[in-house]
Design a binder for this molecule. Structure first.
Ligand code: ADP
Ligand code: ZN
Length: 226
């Protein structure tokens, strides 16, 4: 049996976090929970939540903690996450969110928090040119564009340029990452569960690096527990 995992992924915008989270969720057979994807889906379907969050997302600002926490609390109470765990992508993003997450996962704890590191010069270039499938969230770049323009290779969905991947919103998101999310590196490092992984290089190499590092820690952690 493949053991589940409770993982949090950190990394600035454009670090390749979304792509790697999808792969890790398949590897460990746990749901990929992306707050950004959940909010974008609610905007597309026009729910009340979508109306509440749209202006924050479009401008690159953070959605208020209480609102994000209520969405995550609901998701983490569902049987799939309670049973096998999760790969959390985009949550927590502030220290108050991290504190609430600790309460929400109890009596379990997080296995690991992974920080995918990449230089800012590289992420700026990636963000300005990336395209994404609105249905399955596969990312595309000029080097790896869909075979048919605008159509996702994986699911046939529409491939678009994200509205918040414009210069102003990118600048704002990176600024908020530094002031609000970066402190989580120390927060989790102090708790002894932070793992830093280099996010530079071909996507497959980064996945391999992540899985090798994670497996080592997950196995070690479980041995200590038993
Ligand atoms: P990125 O990491 O590229 O900014 P995401 O898809 O993770 O993209 O998030 C998109 C937007 O969704 C954020 O800019 C923010 O407005 C909102 N958002 C997502 N997760 C959170 C969160 N944990 N707290 C506050 N806002 C969030
Ligand atoms: Zn797709």
């Amino acid at each position: 049996m493949i053991p589940g995992a409770r993982l949090v992924m950190l990394g600035k915008q454009g670090a390749g976090k979304g792509t790697q989270c999808v792969r890790l969720s398949r590897h460990y057979v746990v749901p990929h929970i992306s707050t950004g994807d959940m909010f974008r889906a609610s905007i597309r379907t026009g729910t009340r939540l979508g109306v509440q969050v749209q202006s924050y997302i479009d401008s690159g600002n953070l959605i208020p903690d209480d609102l994000v926490i209520s969405v995550i609390a609901d998701r983490l109470s569902q049987p799939d996450t309670l049973g096998r765990g999760f790969v959390l992508d985009g949550f927590p993003r502030t220290v108050p969110q991290a504190e609430r997450l600790g309460d929400l996962v109890r009596p379990h704890h997080l296995d690991l928090v992974v920080n995918i590191t990449v230089p800012t010069s590289l992420v700026l270039e990636r963000l300005a040119t990336r395209m994404v499938c609105v249905d399955c969230q596969t990312n595309y770049s000029p080097e790896q564009s869909p075979k048919v323009q605008g159509v996702c290779d994986v699911c046939g969905g529409e491939v678009i340029h994200r509205k918040d991947d414009n210069e102003e919103a990118i600048r704002r998101r990176l600024e908020l990452y530094e002031t609000q999310t970066q402190p989580l590196i120390d927060y989790y490092s102090d708790r002894g569960i932070l793992l830093e992984v280099d996010g530079v290089g071909p996507v497959d190499d980064v996945t391999l690096r992540l899985i090798q590092n994670l497996d080592e820690y997950l196995v070690k952690g479980r041995t200590h527990e038993s």
